[in-house]
Design a protein around this ligand. Structure first.
Ligand code: IMP
Ligand code: MG
Length: 172
């Protein structure tokens, strides 16, 4: 039997998102910003972040598959859904649910740099710095968390638990 233990409550998450949004508003006095969410995990964070900001934002999504269905990414990343628009000359913030090895983000950053945005930054709700294999600069971090497998608030295990309001540690 697997069990869930609350790590971050819905209230903690919402309070932190208000702070991140205020910081983004200060950093980008003029919009629009393209918020590029990585499906599917980032969709809930992106929706709350976008609505907490005052800076005008446009919403885009990309799909990524990192081969394997386990708890860790395999190291091989493939784009399964690209942007619908050109972001050339625009501000872009890539929005991620969690940065773990950094493999997904380093791949995407390299890809998006080739699209010549005006600026490119990264926002993540969660960061597990202990597990980093690739150096990636993350500009906006909600919470640094220990090396435990978490679900909820968009994060899944085999597609389950995404609609939990809290972030929880999943243990067997
Ligand atoms: P990275 O490429 O290793 O940084 O992996 C990032 C992706 O792995 C995230 O977008 C998540 O989909 C997934 N992931 C990493 N850690 C967790 C976790 O603790 N719970 C759920 N998904 C995770
Ligand atoms: Mg995932």
């Amino acid at each position: 039997m697997s069990s869930l233990r609350v790590l971050l409550t819905a209230e903690q998450i919402q309070a932190r998102i208000q702070e991140l949004a205020a910081q983004i508003d200060r950093d980008y006095p003029a919009g629009p910003i393209y918020l590029v969410g990585i499906l599917k995990g980032a969709c809930i964070f992106l929706a709350d972040l976008a609505r907490s900001m005052n800076t005008p934002a446009r919403l885009e999504f990309v799909g990524i598959s990192s081969y394997g269905r386990g708890r860790t990414s395999s190291g091989e990343v493939k784009l399964t859904k690209d942007l619908d628009v050109s972001v050339e000359g625009h501000h872009v913030i890539v929005v991620e649910d969690i940065v773990d090895s950094g493999i997904t983000l380093s791949y995407l950053i390299q890809l998006f740099q080739q699209r010549r945005p005006k600026s490119l930054r990264v926002a993540t709700l969660l960061d597990k710095p202990d597990r980093r294999q690739r150096t990636v600069q993350v500009d906006y971090v909600g919470f640094h968390i220990p090396d435990e497998f978490v679900v909820g608030y968009g994060l899944d295990f085999a597609e389950d638990y995404r609609n939990l309001r809290d972030v929880c540690v999943l243990s067997e």
